[in-house]
Design a protein around this ligand. Structure first.
Ligand SMILES: Cc1cc2nc3c(=O)[nH]c(=O)nc-3n(C[C@H](O)[C@H](O)[C@H](O)COP(=O)(O)OP(=O)(O)OC[C@H]3O[C@@H](n4cnc5c(N)ncnc54)[C@H](O)[C@@H]3O)c2cc1C
Length: 479
């Protein structure tokens, strides 16, 4: 099957009837019509349609090595630097539709699955590991253009270093292994886009202490006993003037409950193997591939923020002030740094023993860890530039009343009528202050892991030997 269309995607998720809990009730009827999901499902459909646009089809797809069908580039396992570039171009095409605000557009998880499939050597010869099943599943997903949510992290009930001494009563764990497969009970978080994808990919995060917590599998999201519990929606309003971002790009986050869920053996990639669970992340290609996707998106997001900041500056005419210029330049510096780090990771990419072109990990780690600090600062800059403009934002309906003309007059900016100026400031507000905007900040801070431990990882991986040697040589210099 070649790449799907938006309509195919909608039909598939509507037909699934996954168990999704929202605001005290199970979602019934078509999930694509539900107010909490309608906007983002519409945008996601647009992304799938883009894969079929003749003008860019050769940038969005590649020919499957097994069927010859057109496959989405986000599933491509890169073999050359040109493949990495092709991946970047595709990812950024999709990211531009949402200004990089959909962290879980399908390319994110397709990349994750491709990274796991290209790391199956880690599972070779290990107990309870089935590399062939993972490879086969990757091919199945790639050919069907499946969409994924995922959950890797355990509930936050006890994060003490000594938590393993306590009895585990919350984390999703294997409670039985029978002829049919594994039985999983417990919870995991936080599945963004839970309920609006074909599948859920479930992997243990590194650090499992007991073998019942060390597994990797994938399931259709309508599997019996699987429940997705939503938070409050940030997307219940339709108007794209009033809520330019949250009406279209609000991805839901869900807690996942496994209520004695059966995972059939053909969907189990490994189980009861702590070393395999850890090595899939540490030795496998998950980190470099996923970070390459992430940083490609974050660059587009930074361009989007820069556009908003500069538009505010021009609309209220504050560009002559030095501090204003340096605030905009902070965003420019972030953008140029991200671009440089991404290109560096491609420039330093190396072919591994399996013929896969792996981007250099270190620049990407630095980029994503830096973005965890840069992004909240960028939103702060937009608030500092926008000031009260972020609160003088009547709704579209106000402009359609008898006071509409007055609003157009009193809220005007430089060479723009009040309504156009308000449209810009509502965009800035939705990005930096609405529920949707606050979640965006939390997302960029945490979605790829805790910033503190990420910087620790950079410290542990960076080789300082050359720099230390410089100092030794310098200190031993005699006159
Ligand atoms: C909007 C959003 C969407 C997300 N989407 C997904 C998703 O789709 N799938 C998924 O699997 N996950 C998702 N996540 C979860 C994400 O992976 C985690 O938030 C991240 O790994 C941090 O874990 P935590 O939230 O449990 O924080 P915790 O680990 O509980 O950290 C809380 C605080 O305690 C500190 N802390 C805890 N343990 C330590 C330690 N050992 N050493 C030092 N400090 C420590 C941290 O620094 C932090 O300040 C999402 C998160 C967010 C916010």
């Amino acid at each position: 099957m070649p790449v799907i269309t938006g309509e195919d995607y909608k039909k598939r998720i509507d037909a699934m009837e996954s168990e999704v809990w929202f605001d005290g009730a199970k979602v019934t009827g078509k999930i694509s019509d539900h107010p909490a999901f309608k906007g983002v499902v519409g945008t996601q459909s647009q992304l799938y349609d883009m894969q079929n646009e003749s003008k860019i089809k050769n940038e969005m797809t590649f020919a499957s090595e097994t069927t010859g069908n057109d496959i989405g580039v986000s599933y491509l396992i890169p073999r050359t630097r040109a493949d990495l570039e092709k991946r970047r171009i595709m990812i950024q095409h999709w990211a531009r539709i949402s200004g990089g605000l959909m962290g879980r557009s399908p390319d994110y998880m397709n990349t994750v699955l491709a990274s796991f499939a290209s790391s199956v050597d880690v599972l070779d010869g290990e107990d309870n590991c089935y590399p062939d099943r993972l490879l086969h599943f990757y091919e199945y997903a790639r050919e069907k253009d499946l969409s994924f949510t995922h959950t890797f992290v355990n509930p936050q009930s006890n994060r003490s270093k000594l938590a393993f001494l306590e009895e585990d009563v919350t984390n999703a764990r294997i409670i039985d292994r029978n002829e049919e497969g594994l039985i999983i009970k417990g919870a995991k978080l936080l599945a963004t886009q839970g309920g609006i994808t074909d599948e859920i990919l479930v992997f243990s995060a590194p650090g499992a202490q007991e073998s019942c917590h060390a597994y990797g599998f994938s399931l259709p999201t309508d599997t019996d006993g699987l429940k997705f519990v939503c938070r409050e929606s940030f997307a219940t309003k339709d108007s794209s003037f009033d809520y330019p971002l949250s009406s279209r790009f609000a991805e839901m986050d869900t807690i996942v409950i496994f209520d004695g869920v059966l995972v059939p053996w053909n969907r189990v990639f490994f189980h009861d193997n702590i070393r395999a669970a850890t090595q899939m992340y540490l030795k496998g290609k998950f980190v470099p591939f996923t970070l390459h996707q992430i940083v490609s998106r974050q660059i587009v997001k930074t361009e989007f923020l820069l556009g908003i900041a500069q538009s505010i500056v021009d609309t209220i005419n504050i560009s002559d002030y030095q501090h204003v210029q340096s605030k905009v330049v902070e965003i420019v510096k972030g953008l140029e740094t991200l671009r440089a780090l991404l290109l560096m990771s491609e420039h330093d990419a190396k072919i591994d023993g399996y013929g896969v072109m792996v981007p250099s990990k270190q620049p990407l780690y630095v980029a994503v860890n830096q973005f965890q600090e840069l992004y909240p600062r960028f939103t702060e800059i937009i608030q500092l530039l926008g000031a009260s403009g972020l609160m003088t934002i009547p709704k579209e309906t106000d402009f359609d009343t008898e006071i509409g003309e007055q609003l157009d007059h009193f809220l005007q900016g430089v060479e723009v009528k009040g309504k156009d100026r308000v449209a810009l400031f509502r965009l800035a507000w939705d990005l930096t202050m609405s529920g949707f905007g606050s979640r965006q900040t939390l997302y960029e801070r945490f979605f790829f892991g805790d910033p503190v431990r990420l910087s620790q990882t950079i410290y542990q991986n960076f080789d300082e030997t050359k720099s230390k040697k410089m100092i030794e040589d310098f200190l031993s210099l005699k006159e």
